[in-house]
Write a protein that binds this ligand. Sequence first.
Ligand code: GLC
Length: 752
Amino acid sequence: MKKLMLVSVVIITMLFTSQMNEILAQSGAIDKKVDSLLAIMTLEEKIGQMNQYSSFWNPTGPIPEGSNEQMRYNHIKSGLVGSMLNVYGVENVRAVQEIAVNETRLGIPIIFGLDVVHGHRTVFPIPLAESASWDMEAIESAARYAAVEASAAGVNWTFAPMVDISRDARWGRVMEGAGEDPYLGSKIAMARVKGFQGDDLSKPNTIAATAKHLAGYGFPEAGKDYNSVDVSHSILYNVILPPFKASLDADVKSVMNAFNSLNGVPATASHFLQRDILKEDWDFQGFVLSDWASGLEMIDHGYARDLKHVAELSVIAGSDMDMESLAYVQHLEELVESGTVEMHIIDDAVRRILRVKYELGLFEDPYKYCDLQREKELIYHPDHLEAALEMAKKSIVLLKNNNDLLPLNKKQQNIAVIGALAADKNSPLGNWRIGSEDSTAISVLEGLDKYTNDYKYVKGPDFVMEETFFHSHVNINQTDTNGFAEAIQTAKNAEVVIMVLGEHGFQTGEGRSRAHIGLPGLQQELLEAVYEVNQNIVLVLMNGRPLTITWADEHIPSILETWQLGSQSGNAIAAVLFGDYNPGGKLPMTFPRSVGQIPIYYNHFSTGRPVSHNSVFWSHYTDETNSPLYPFGYGLSYTEFEYANLSLDTTNNEAIKVMVDVTNVGDVAGEEVVQLYIQDEVASLVRPVKELKGFDKINLRPGESKEVTFTLTDQELGFYNNEGEYLVEPGKFNVMVGTNSADVLKTSFIKK
Ligand code: GLC
């Protein structure tokens, strides 16, 4: 019998050629192949497909005897592991795949996942920075290059894009997302999914993508990572879910659930999210992956009694694959045999997982991602580095530029460069750089070296107290002022001072929420001390979240937001500093004046007391203004743009045309993101004072004008109520167009 099965497996595998895959995918015959494989799998083997382990050992090195890794290795050999994460590099992937293909009964290939969030070896800007480009082509291209490198290293699946909308800069993972707006976030989610998955998932340079984390993870109470989330269904449907739906519209192959509870139910056990919405309403055909031990954590949530209960709750709710809880591999068999979990639940989960493996072509050739020559040729390919530079330049946001201090004259002499981050070759790589190599970012100093050698660099006080490593808190220097005197002396004698300040690369990202979001450590004191002796300062910010740099905004003439720009960081920053690139980025997230204003975002509701009537009784602070430091969509340029002649054509009430003239009235060419906002003035649920519903990134030469047009249809004018119904209600709509969410021309129309 066993021999017959083996023969039948070989026949199944032989059947698959890439042409067959394409035909099968179109004719849906993949499902038939999945079903025929499912029919010969034991329950244990099915559960194996639903189990994902991380690698803690170097698969080309020895397994630590008697360790947890030994158990994992044995499980791979017995067909109890359908997926691995954190295994990459052709040699490592091949070593593990050979075990699965050659030593298990059915030889079902493993799918290898990795957090390829913004690049692999060649690191692109952090996602929040890329989002500031508002350039969907560039963002898609960045994901495409990341997929080419990661797939060359044996990876077939990335746990990205993270599509969590967030309005809270205290939350460390804002660096990983697309900011606060669902419309922009949805466009970016689609671009990233298309970039990773390409036009044919069976090609060896495309990888499956993951929309994560379903859902609400970006709304943790108090901005504390993993904290509880409580939002109305209207906020869920109108703000949090759209980027997930957009990812499905881009055919994303997997969705990862979340650590947080949503309205009292841990996301991993949420039938509402995973079955009602994702798999039924939206007809999602891919599979759902848990987050790292998010199932197990339901015990700490107080939602599951024990690991067996975790397995029952998770699988019934629609979590198809278990990352690192060991719940499925230890308890599902017993739950099925006792009738607690029905076999069709298991079959549905396994079918979804196997389908993606077939679409990736892993049955056709389990080693198709294991080409050593490809790996050598494509890692750090010059095209990737060039693309990373272009993406980095597009991500930079000019926040302030009084007296046109920037761009610097290329003949500028006697420059002082101050700040530990100016020499830092790691922080620009950001927090999610698991596939990169240490110290491979071009530093600011190395970027400057391409333009001038007439600068003096002084680090100033240390930034971190000790060498840090990935999973520790960064120990920022709060006390050692050694270095101040030299910095001040150098600044005093300089014509212009470039200060590179901000956050260490590990101060944002998972587990790195901050309660105070000013310049960390002694940097604010250093900035003020330098300002005392020289006001000609260009502040280059290097950070992974909006910062409350209110003092800097009031005093410092020029401020560049450079985020964490990846491998080409220093080259991009220098190109902007010396005017070889005119910055055109726009903020995807509001910058607060103070942490007390958080959550602060542009698309807020009006409230019943939006303005003062010469009394204290209105919605405000007595010790802070309501306005943000910099609003959503804000960003300056080395040139200026004028907006005029906003008009509407309401002939067709189903497709309202919006026209506006934009002119470059400065003396250099530049990019401008023209933004369209609407307000549904009266509705059956209160609606935001404005919502982004369109944008167009244009490039204008000095003196050049362009008429920019948009169309407003029901798709842009409607909203979801708390029952998840999409409503388009008649009445007055305000239409606003401008250079950011606050500075707009306004008109209106009546929707019949
Ligand atoms: C982490 C993250 C998730 C990531 C996963 C695997 O805890 O929450 O985004 O993909 O574990 O590394």
